[in-house]
Design a protein around this ligand. Structure first.
Ligand code: DC
Length: 232
């Protein structure tokens, strides 16, 4: 086993499938950098909303958003429990998790110019390896050569219940039905878009965590990491 070797870890899956929670924990345990690529799409969605180029009731203005991209700077600051997303230096971590941004982000993520710009940034972040990145196309497009790939799933109802609890705990006034609807709509948009649709990479290990606790899935992921490392 080569415990000194730094690898690239790609964790993809459906929205609210628990992938960020376990990716973040694994990165912390093994001392890797963690990147939530969904936060980057959310930051672009927020910048576009603020510029009046998309809203929950308005289709994205693709030309306007493409023109906006060069002025959108996304960065992360590491915190004790993960990361804060910075949009042009402003901490937007809480705002990008709102249901409003969640409603706009999937259409934004279908825009080819947005995907190209973000995929380039993500590849740059992974140049020196030692990274855990989660998203939808990390194992298929961003890092097709990643040494470890996981594809996470759980039923739409389970995922909506987790997301609803998360939002309610933060004081958001949403109903379970609204969250379930949003989860299903995002699944559909993510799976059917032309560019980099959500797919399980052929060499990814699938995990259905519908019936797993957070501790169980963290342990499962750490075991897999140890197996991968031992096989190198
Ligand atoms: O993981 P999340 O729910 O925060 O992702 C927000 C949206 O961004 C989701 O609708 C899909 C999109 N996304 C993507 O297309 N590619 C990624 N690598 C990450 C997220």
């Amino acid at each position: 086993m080569n415990s000194e070797k730094k690898i690239t870890i790609a964790i993809d899956g459906y929205s609210s499938s628990g992938k960020s929670t376990m990716a973040k924990q694994l990165a912390k345990t093994i001392g890797y950098r963690y990147i939530d690529s969904g936060a980057m799409y959310r930051a672009v969605a927020l910048a576009s909303m603020r510029a009046g180029l998309v809203s929950p009731h308005k289709e994205p203005d693709v030309d306007g958003i493409t023109a906006l991209l060069p002025s959108v700077d996304i960065d992360f600051e590491v915190t004790c429990d993960g990361q804060n997303t910075l949009l042009n230096g402003e901490n937007v971590e809480a705002e990008i998790r709102s249901l409003e941004v969640s409603s706009c982000v999937s259409p934004i993520a279908t825009i080819s110019a947005v995907r190209h710009a973000l995929v380039k940034m993500q590849r740059d972040m992974g140049l020196s390896k030692g990274i855990v990145m989660d998203g939808r196309d990390i194992g298929t497009v961003v890092f097709p050569d990643a040494e470890m790939k996981v594809f996470c799933d759980a039923s739409a109802e389970k995922r909506a219940a987790r997301r609803f609890k998360e939002l309610s705990d933060k004081g958001a006034s949403v109903t379970y039905e609204e969250v379930l609807e949003n989860v299903k709509t995002r699944d559909y948009t993510d799976e059917t878009r032309d560019e980099s649709p959500l797919r399980c990479a052929p060499d990814a290990v699938r995990l259905d965590n519908s019936e797993m606790t957070i501790d169980e899935q963290n342990q499962w992921l750490l075991n897999l990491y140890n197996e991968v490392l031992a096989s190198l």
